[in-house]
Design a protein around this ligand. Structure first.
Ligand SMILES: Cc1cc2nc3c(=O)[nH]c(=O)nc-3n(C[C@H](O)[C@H](O)[C@H](O)COP(=O)(O)O)c2cc1C
Length: 325
């Protein structure tokens, strides 16, 4: 096992997916995972419903707030808000390729403007005392391969950034949808390994296409951390192995125990106006690979959105899995 104190395991920022309810469940499965929020734009925090975007349950900690933006003053202001609300780290998104994001000048298109990013990150660092990190791609469009990546990384390192989360594929900003941009550009783990060899003093975290704890262990032999998005979302139970397999801790709870522990949370959240399916939609894959998984998923999908649906719908779904077993 890699030295448990010297590496990080992170869940990825996932728009519409890694919301506070999802993160609450993920935290039940692993104490050691560092969780990331969905991206929140500086505009949404400065002009929008700040509380809706920032509110979370302290049980989720440690959790990093991911920001999207490029204006240094606004980034600093939003980083400060994140620290005041109790987040553990502030991360800047330089990897997201959607059109909407390009027009606002944030996300992956910022990889073409390393100096502007460095100015933003320096302003964020100056505003907070918690860590400031950056998530980016290995390149965009026709940026020449490794040289473009190192130019970007060096500029941020000079601004004092020590942690880089690298999604190991390029973003092609013209012609591919965000979804295609997570699947079509080839994964180039070797470039990220090379980055770590060339900049051993920087903390390099690998993201993209990692699907199992064994793969995490393999990458952690050469890198400082791994970040997983789609795999833990689709198979949350994967997180139950993180503490024991990567950190020398206790195994996480069983899926049935997770359901039991979610019930009081659901009661509390529904008491404050949350809808059952806003929480249970993140639980559909919990029993993935177990007999009865499909009945669990189907019962929730068909019933959790109905008016008046409450925790008993989840209890019934659990009973269906237990009958199948
Ligand atoms: C539904 C969805 C939403 C995403 N939203 C964000 C986001 O808000 N910020 C971000 O940096 N990346 C976002 N990503 C990209 C992921 O963080 C991650 O980089 C990508 O999925 C590759 O990792 P994976 O193969 O482990 O899923 C999103 C990905 C998905 C599937």
């Amino acid at each position: 096992m890699p030295d448990p104190l010297s590496h990080r395991f992170c869940t990825a920022p996932l728009m519409d997916w890694s919301d506070r309810h999802c993160r609450y469940m993920w935290r039940l499965l692993s104490r050691h995972a560092l969780l990331y929020t969905e991206m929140v734009t500086t505009g949404a925090l400065i002009h929008g419903d700040r509380e809706r975007h920032l509110q979370f349950d302290t049980a989720e900690l440690p959790t990093a707030l991911q920001l999207g933006g490029s204006d240094p003053r606004e980034l600093a202001e939003c980083a400060r808000m994140g620290e005041q609300w109790g987040y553990s780290e502030i991360n800047l998104n330089c990897g997201c390729p959607s059109d909407r994001v390009q027009s606002g000048r944030f996300g992956a298109c910022l990889m073409a403007e390393p100096e502007l990013v460095a100015e933003g990150l320096a302003a964020m660092r100056g505003a907070v005392s918690i860590p400031v990190t950056v998530k980016h791609r290995i390149g965009i469009d026709d940026m020449e391969d490794y040289a473009g990546l190192t130019r970007f990384v060096e500029a941020q390192a000079q601004a004092g950034i020590g942690t880089f989360i690298v999604h190991a594929r390029k973003a092609w900003l013209d012609g591919l949808s965000p979804k295609q941009n997570r699947e079509i550009p080839p994964l180039k783990y070797d470039m990220v390994y090379q980055l770590k060899r060339d900049y051993p003093q920087l903390e390099i975290v690998l993201n993209g296409g990692i699907n199992s704890i064994d793969e995490c262990r393999e990458h952690l032999r050469q890198l400082d951390g791994v970040m997983l998005g789609r795999a833990p979302y689709q198979m949350p139970n994967l997180l139950a192995q993180v503490d024991s397999e990567l950190f020398g801790g206790e195994p996480g709870p069983t899926p049935a125990e997770v359901v039991q522990r979610m019930l009081p949370y659901i009661e509390r959240q529904m008491g404050r106006g949350a809808r059952l399916n806003h929480i249970t939609r993140h639980m559909l894959g919990l029993f993935q690979g177990v007999p009865g998984a499909r009945r669990f998923r189907r019962h929730l999908s068909e019933n959790a959105h109905k008016p008046g649906a409450g925790p008993e719908v989840l209890q019934r779904a659990l009973a269906l899995v237990q009958e199948a077993a």
